[in-house]
Design a protein around this ligand. Structure first.
Ligand code: COA
Length: 172
């Protein structure tokens, strides 16, 4: 059974292998695997600090980062923003997630959002905004399978697709 955990240095090798998979498809290009290998503990600490308001740059919102893991394998990452600013309210939502390329189409996408919504409820949110691009069929299915109620589609400047906005009720 996959679990959603706080970032942990125990997943160093699996996490770095996942970054290399993401980079092969053009994601996570800002991450440097050599740097991660050299100071993974520091990287984990930086991920945990994203939840602390005192460490969040002006204009950004605190976010809790969680990792989906199974056994010793890192499977994916979820970011839970504690509140929405205008940009998140229009485009980003409360929750963002990704599953490493080699673990896709196994149901982990559905699982990471389901488990992330439990964290959102525990944080005290009564409803969560989740968004995806209109071209992202997998993410749209994941949001709808987790109770997403479509609100609207917003235009993205210079792009031929829209961002779809869904609300998920978290009240018991
Ligand atoms: C979107 C993403 C999280 C899906 O992860 P996943 O582990 O493959 O998802 P699941 O296996 O739980 O699949 C969920 C549904 O999407 C479908 N699906 C998965 N990949 C798909 C694809 N490439 N095209 C169409 N449907 C797809 C599955 O068949 C499943 O449908 P079902 O519920 O009808 O059976 C993953 O592709 C990813 O990380 N993409 C890059 C980052 C991203 O887009 N994040 C979301 C931002 S909103």
């Amino acid at each position: 059974m996959p679990q959603l955990i706080a970032p942990s240095a125990a997943y160093r090798d699996s996490y770095i292998a996942a970054v290399e998979e993401f980079q092969a498809e053009g994601r996570h290009l800002q991450d440097d695997p050599a740097q991660l290998r050299a100071d993974f503990t520091g990287f984990v600490a930086s991920q945990l600090r994203l939840a602390e308001p005192a460490h969040v740059p002006i204009g950004l919102m605190p976010e809790s980062v969680y990792w989906l893991v199974e056994g010793e394998r890192f499977l994916g990452r979820l970011s839970l923003r504690h509140a929405l600013n205008e940009h998140l309210h229009t485009y980003g939502g409360h929750v963002g997630y990704e599953i490493r390329p080699r673990a896709r189409r196994c149901g982990y996408g559905n699982a990471i959002l389901r488990l992330g919504l439990e964290k959102a409820r525990a944080l005290g949110l009564r409803r969560a905004l989740v968004t995806c691009d209109s071209t992202n069929e997998a993410s749209r299915k994941i949001i709808e399978a987790n109770g997403g109620v479509f609100e609207n589609a917003v235009a993205l400047e210079g792009r031929p697709y829209q961002r779809l906005r869904y609300w998920i009720d978290l009240t018991p």
